[in-house]
Design a protein. Sequence first.
Length: 312
Amino acid sequence: MALLISVSEFWEDEKVWRQWVQTELPEMDVRVYPDDGDVNEIKYVATWKHPHGILKQYPNLKAILSLGAGVDHILSDPDLPEDLPIVRLVDPKLTHEMCFHALHWVLHFHSDHFLYMKQQMDKKWKQQGSIQPEDRTVGIMGLGNIGRGIGDSIVNQGFKVLGWGANQKSSLGDIQYFFGDEQLGDFLEKTDILINVLPLTEGTTNILRKQELQRLPRGAFIINMGRGGIVNETDLLTLLEEGHITAAAMDVFEEEPLSVNSPLWSHPSVYITPHIAGQSNPQSSAKTIAANIRRIEDGKLPFPIYNITKGY
Ligand code: GLV
């Protein structure tokens, strides 16, 4: 029985992934694409952005496991084999790293560090007054495991935290929750710093266009660490130019890698990172992947499995 790993060229070395997955699954023959050997032996593929079309070469595939939290990179393969379970990665280290990334930018914006960076360029000594965290509202779009973790870590710093998601949820502790299209405007109007961690689905694609972003109070900040296709980049640039949005920290983009021709690169109020907000940790992810494979081998369902109705 073999498991095939396929990761994008921009990721951690695939040999490192192989080593950790092999450690967790000693009984498995762990291979790295394109060295797939006998294709009939491949029962599992663990992937981050595999070359589209390859999955249909494996006739005995039992499941496809994402090496990232999202599965949009798998679903976008036009030659995806049908009726196979697609397993998302829920990994505590990835969630923790996402919390760090969110907190970093919330504090950068909240504590005026974006202004002090500009002042330093001008050799300008000016103390900005400080705003208390309880007077600043952070709104999180996407309140799954990652969004909830981020929300709790921001609540712990004393900020007001709101959440928005497509569906109703029960208790979310100190996070006030909004849901559905009807409540999106209300949520945005109350949000000073917007964090997006929504998965990319049919329902979330381009959900933040000019008309929605304009509902944010003037001077708002955006942290996009979910998926690029959710925030319309042209509309975002327009609102940055108009001063309606003060600054944006962008980790994900409509097209990745971000084209060298994108005006986002050189915009003075845009902070760019190359999709690193939550990097999957090979050692810890390998444990989660191994546990899911054991579940499947024992006739149980892996967790969490992609749900076609929800779209993630
Ligand atoms: C990264 O974007 C992931 O889906 O884990």
